[in-house]
Write a protein that binds this ligand. Structure first.
Ligand code: HEM
Length: 502
């Protein structure tokens, strides 16, 4: 007997397919029970298209929170995320429940780049991550404490001076000058040798590192897993430049390991790390399986470049942009520098005596939050935020930008006012609520002390030596909409500079 199926005629087919698709979409779009409300997701992409465009996601999230509440859920591709937009709830996530929310989501791009999360920033909080982070933290703190950092900055300052002097003839984009200074500092700190203004090695590190950072904005395959099987020329390009950047780092790390002598005093960051690693081996303080491999050390250096350079460069670029918009603030900072520092190079010990300058730097970090959404966290267990249920594996996004612009804590948050960080006795206010430029809790920025110290030394040196102003007829760079990205980098702008003694 011949088996026969009666296929429905074509309109019936279409109706059947439509019913299946709509049912699947409805089931797929349903939030897990108890999760906070949020926008209804589209099939396959979820709400990803709402986040593409000229408006940075932190602002779109803030606008969504006005409809759905301070914590809401959103589907990114096939993954659920919750976005937290106010100080109390962010503290619950980052401090009260820091262990529950200290995971990192798996992403296709980062997982490939970090050789399966052998870095600090994207790794899950495992014992080896803990050891890696502790080692990096103590080495960075040691470096930031004064002696090392001051000597490195003083060593490379003549190169900056030369580059800046070439720029005094007319308007220029400060991005490359500041970027070069910070790359030079980080490379000198890590590898122990300084680079001249046109050193091709540094230019290559700068170029390839920047290309990698551009690739970190996220890949569709991070959120829609089957997309990783779709050929993507951008990803191939990213892989090529990532391989080039990694090979530069590997060369430096290998030559350090070869020439390392534990009996000599450490002269750079890699020496400090290798020395601590040697101590761990001799004293047997860390189980063998949790010790670092050369891949971990290579990833640590890559993390320092990628997490440190753009953030510090951006902070300084927003600093110059804010001061050319507020010449009165620039003048007050300069007066304080004259009073405390005079003509000698700035030192870290000056910080405590310069409240106005400190307050100005804090206001720059609030006004233009460099890392507006921190790095994405992940719930490691079933837990809660406020009265909502958060299932394990949910991506958790803390909107630091929303905290820094919350009118409940900041009067006229859209205005640049360093005075808001000073109390009535002209002392810098410490531990302000709703102010977390470096995040907090278990995943707080490892480079916080180093970044604060270096931004202070560079900012003071720039204002001590140059007067910055806006070229005629040019829009204020702070008023131009921010460029979306992991780090809020200003759109290219021009500035005029003249030396103080002319
Ligand atoms: C003004 C400069 C900087 C700002 C505003 C900044 C801000 C941040 C923020 C918001 C995070 C995310 C924390 C979280 O996910 O909750 C972070 C993570 C991180 N930062 Fe920074 N950062 C700066 C400079 C640096 C520097 C100079 C370094 C290295 C020397 C560095 C290394 C890292 C690392 C390794 C992480 C990952 C920490 C982890 O996942 O455990 N950062 N930073």
């Amino acid at each position: 007997m011949i088996f026969q199926i009666d296929f429905p005629s074509s309109p019936a087919w279409l109706v059947l397919i439509a019913i299946i698709v709509v049912t699947w979409w409805y089931i797929d779009a349903r939030r897990p029970h108890g999760m906070p409300p949020g926008p209804f997701p589209y099939p396959i992409t979820g709400s990803m298209f709402d986040l593409i465009g000229d408006i940075p996601p932190q602002k779109t999230f803030k606008r969504m929170s006005e409809t759905y509440g301070d914590v809401f859920s959103i589907k990114l591709g096939s993954l659920w995320a919750v976005v937290v937009n106010n100080n109390e709830l962010v503290h619950e996530v980052l401090l009260t429940k820091t262990n529950e929310f200290s995971g990192r989501p798996s992403t296709f791009g980062f997982d490939w780049y970090t050789d399966g999360k052998k870095d600090i920033a994207t790794a899950q909080p495992t014992p080896i991550w803990k050891h890696h982070r502790m080692l990096a933290h103590s080495a960075i703190r040691k470096f930031a404490s004064g002696e090392y950092l001051e000597s490195v900055t003083e060593e490379i300052r003549p190169v900056w001076q030369t580059i800046m002097t070439e720029k005094l003839k007319g308007p220029f984009d400060p991005h490359d000058v500041i970027g070069f200074a910070i790359y030079n500092l980080i490379a000198t700190m890590c590898f122990g040798h300084r680079y001249e203004a046109n050193d091709p090695r540094l230019n290559k590190i700068m170029k390839t590192s920047r290309q990698c950072i551009e690739g970190f904005v996220g890949w569709t395959a991070d959120y829609i897993p089957w997309f990783r099987h779709v050929p993507n020329p951008y990803f191939y390009r990213f892989k090529r430049c990532a391989a080039e950047f990694t090979s530069l780092i590997v060369k430096e790390v290998e030559s350090h390991v070869e020439s390392f002598d534990p009996d000599l005093p450490a002269k750079d960051f890699l020496d400090i790390v290798l020395k601590s690693q040697r101590e761990v081996e001799i004293e047997d303080t860390v189980p063998v399986e949790n010790r670092l491999t050369s891949m971990h050390i290579q990833q640590l250096v890559a993390n320092i470049f990628h997490a440190g350079v753009d953030t510090m460069t951006t902070t300084l670029l927003w600093g110059i942009a804010s001061l050319i918009d507020n010449p009165d603030v620039q003048e007050k900072v300069k007066k304080e520098i004259d009073r405390v520092v005079g003509d000698r190079p700035p030192r870290l010990s000056d910080r405590g005596k310069m409240p106005y300058t400190e307050a100005t730097i804090m206001e720059i970090m609030r006004y233009k939050t460099a890392v507006p959404l921190a790095l994405f966290h992940k719930a490691l267990v079933d837990t809660t935020i406020g009265s909502y249920k958060i299932p394990a594996d949910t991506i958790v996004i803390v909107n630091l930008w929303a905290l820094h612009n919350d009118p409940k804590y900041w009067q006229s948050p859209e205005k640049f006012q360093p005075e808001r960080f000073l109390d009535s006795t002209n002392t810098v206010k410490q531990r302000l609520p709703s102010f977390l430029p470096f995040s907090t809790g278990r995943r707080v920025c490892v480079g916080e002390s180093f970044a604060k110290a270096n931004v202070f030394l560079t900012f003071v040196w720039l204002i001590q030596n140059f007067i910055f102003s806006k070229p005629e007829g040019v829009d204020s760079p702070v008023a131009v909409p921010d460029k979306p990205g992991l780090v809020t980098v200003p759109k290219p702008y021009n500035v005029l500079a003249k030396t103080r003694n002319t």
